[in-house]
Write a protein that binds this ligand. Structure first.
Ligand SMILES: [Zn+2]
Length: 438
């Protein structure tokens, strides 16, 4: 990320920076890769500066994603670091954290260094890499977390799989305390979920889809909170999907435990009603593009998640961007891979909640910026003077259609394909460089 020598001024936008309690019309001056000045709107422009006109638009810190699947190494037909970071830039994300469930798994410093090396060569936004908790994500033996941390692992996760063995999880939390790094957990109790694919209930039953009950998530959340209370450390619940998880989180927080959580845009806005098909989205019943892990849940769960996000019990929106190639998502629901290509549609989905008056614009921005940054302790998600010049400018009223051509990700696997969404990123800036113009 080489900072541009040329200053850049973002003029006359509504600047929202929750980290500084800022929400007003202003010019933002970026110089030498840093935020240099935030001044009253339409002030003087330094000689030779590049100008971005942001009138009528929102200017905020670049978004931070704690949960991205970049598929490197191993699956270039699904995504590459070049295509995944390009998609991130189009979604307004300037810092993303890549999951370790690649081929090979990022469970050694050697693989981690190879990823970071590829990022230096081909990424257009900042990428942090998570290390695996267990060797090969098998949940049996702990990876060398200290060596991974020294090689640059930002946090640890076996995402895609649960750490099913409680004693491995206990050990991991112990290390998280020593290394001051978060353990991000994919909560899926294998004994309960047993190959489940769709939210347990009438809708799954009607289409003969194997049930994935909320109890399978809540039982592991409860276990890990109990371990956290014993061992200490930093626990982060990835992709919370159930009302029961929210209740457990609330109780743990009331006890003063260090547990954080994220929720995906799709779990905030879509329900298992999509299994019945959707005329507006031209989706037939049980379409594979609606298959995601954890599954889309009930209206009751969505309600609890939105409330928890609004009040700050859940501090981060994370995309769980999970790109797949066409073959992995064709055929039947049962045969298809889990996952939604989500990083480019996160903003319009959240703006939908804002238009429904479920969350305010500043709260939405906070959950996409300093909220997640604090969870992993990242120097990101803020426009404070001197901080990295990573900025997102978006037009909350601009419409665009989600198509194979408009998505930069190699993964076109989203139930929103064909839909017209409102809210579009117009400029993404990393280290003072314009990396996306929409
Ligand atoms: Zn997961």
């Amino acid at each position: 990320m080489i900072p541009t020598p040329r200053p850049l001024v973002i003029r006359a936008g509504r600047v929202i920076d929750p980290s500084a309690g800022l929400d007003r019309l202003a010019d933002v001056l970026l110089e030498e890769g840093r935020v240099a000045h935030i001044a009253p709107p339409l002030g003087p422009v330094p000689d030779g500066a590049q100008v971005v006109d942001a009138a009528g638009q929102i200017v905020c810190p670049g978004f931070v994603d704690l949960h991205t699947h970049l598929r490197f190494p191993g699956f270039p037909d699904k995504e590459t670091i070049a295509s995944g970071t390009r998609a991130a830039a189009a979604g307004g994300f300037t810092t993303i954290c890549a999951m370790a469930n690649t081929q090979p798994v990022v469970d050694s410093p050697h693989v981690l260094e190879a990823v970071l090396d590829e990022c230096r060569r081909t990424a257009c936004v900042r990428v942090h890499q998570l290390g695996a908790v267990s060797i090969g994500l098998r949940g049996e033996r702990l990876a060398d977390l200290r060596a991974l941390a020294e090689a640059g692992a930002v946090a640890f996760s076996d995402d895609g799989k649960p750490v099913w063995n409680a004693s491995v999880m206990e050990e991991a939390l112990g290390w998280s305390q020593i290394l001051d790094r978060v353990i991000s957990v994919h909560e899926e109790d294998p004994a309960i979920v047993q190959g489940g694919m769709a939210n347990e209930g009438e809708r799954a039953a009607r289409h003969y889809l194997p049930p994935w009950p909320c109890g399978g998530e809540a039982s592991l959340v409860a276990r890990d909170i109990a371990l956290l209370a014993q061992v200490g450390g930093k626990l982060h619940i990835a992709h919370a999907s159930c009302a029961e998880t929210v209740a457990l989180l609330r109780a743990a927080r009331d006890r003063g435990l260090q547990v954080t959580a994220e929720v995906t845009p799709h779990h905030l806005r879509l329900t298992d009603r999509l299994l019945e098909g959707d005329l507006d989205l031209s989706l037939p019943p049980a379409h594979p593009c609606c298959k995601v892990n954890p599954p889309l849940r009930s209206e009751h769960d969505v309600e609890a998640l939105v409330e928890a996000l609004a009040e700050g019990l859940i501090e981060a929106v994370a995309t769980d961007h999970a790109p797949h190639n066409r073959a992995d998502k064709s055929g039947s629901f049962i045969d298809a891979a889990f996952g939604i290509s989500a990083i480019e549609t996160a903003l319009p989905i959240l703006l939908d909640l804002e238009r429904m008056r479920r969350i305010s614009l500043p709260v939405m921005v906070e959950r996409l910026t300093c909220g997640p940054a604090q969870v992993f302790g990242l120097n990101a998600g803020t426009l404070r003077i001197g901080s990295p010049a990573d900025v997102c400018v978006f037009d909350p009223d601009a419409c665009w259609q989600v198509t194979d051509e408009t998505l930069y990700s190699r993964g076109k696997n989203t139930p929103l394909l064909g839909a017209t969404l409102t809210g579009r990123v117009t400029h993404t800036i990393v280290a003072g460089n314009l990396v996306h113009e929409g």
